[in-house]
Design a protein around this ligand. Sequence first.
Ligand code: DAH
Length: 340
Amino acid sequence: MQELITKLSEEVNQVSTTTKDSLESFRLRFISKKGQIAQLFEEFKEMSGEEKKKVGKALNELKKLAESKFKELQEQLDSKSSAAAVDIDLSLPPVADAIGNLHPLNLTRYKIIQIFERLGFNVSDGPEIEDDWHNFSALNFPDNHPAREMQDTFFIEKNPDMLLRTHTSNVQIRLMQKQKPPIRSIMPGRVYRNEAISARAHCFFHQVEGLYVDKNVSFADLKQTLYHFAKEMYGKDIQIRFRPSFFPFTEPSAEIDISCLICHGEGCTVCKHSGWVEIAGSGMVHPNVLKNCGIDPEEYTGFAFGMGIERVTQLRYRVNDLRLYSENDIRFLKQFKSVI
Ligand code: DAH
């Protein structure tokens, strides 16, 4: 028996690689109740005390060896099959990465910035949570004047002097306070108004403010600048018109319309059948505003404008529901190619 035990031990030791089938035959041969080792134990029972002493230890060791070998092989097989599960099949065609694109409002914002940068404007930024002075008073909105009600404001409950800015004109003030003319800057950003959400109105939207203050800046400069902008944005055939208007911070003030790109003047719902679409408010900076910022209106003049990015985008891409811009519907967003 001793010889057989030695032979089997060697065999067990030599088994190395496994498949499911070879593991099963190993089990049947060495581990199962009808296997060779079990058989040896049967024979062992029949032996005399003397003989038992000789082979007992070796037989038990063989049993342990076979069992630990079986365990080891089984683990090997398990880890092999879980590795196989994550194996990459290099022959498969690649799965393309989903590449995102810029939001249409950002595409427009970048385009606006690009156009004005070429004219020598830089880009400035200001706070969205603003105080009453920068958003209203410094811009020549008198206290309790109905002009303040032109814009429905979200006030901060804990401190009613603070509010969510209703326009980007607050940045004009911040800029003029900290920088002396010449100033030539555009100021893109988000603004907030307390309005019920619909296709035409939203509680927040985006504007780009423009400001040019220097010696001898005239209304002709304003007209030429915005005409140039409209042509760059929409093409040479665009028409532009200035309509007299009122803003407390500009005098004179004008609203800027461009010819409707949707119906080309024939009349549609976007232009309310007028053939013209308003894209910005503008005017010559009011002397009081310059004074409020410590700039002498006798020495300097300036023009300013504020345009709605949603409106400019709407005419670019023919989107006529404002809600689409903030719903994050991937079917809407992926239609815009990231070309500025
Ligand atoms: N702040 C105005 C608004 O939100 C837009 C505007 C009008 C801005 C005239 C200006 C301007 O800078 O000169 O309705």
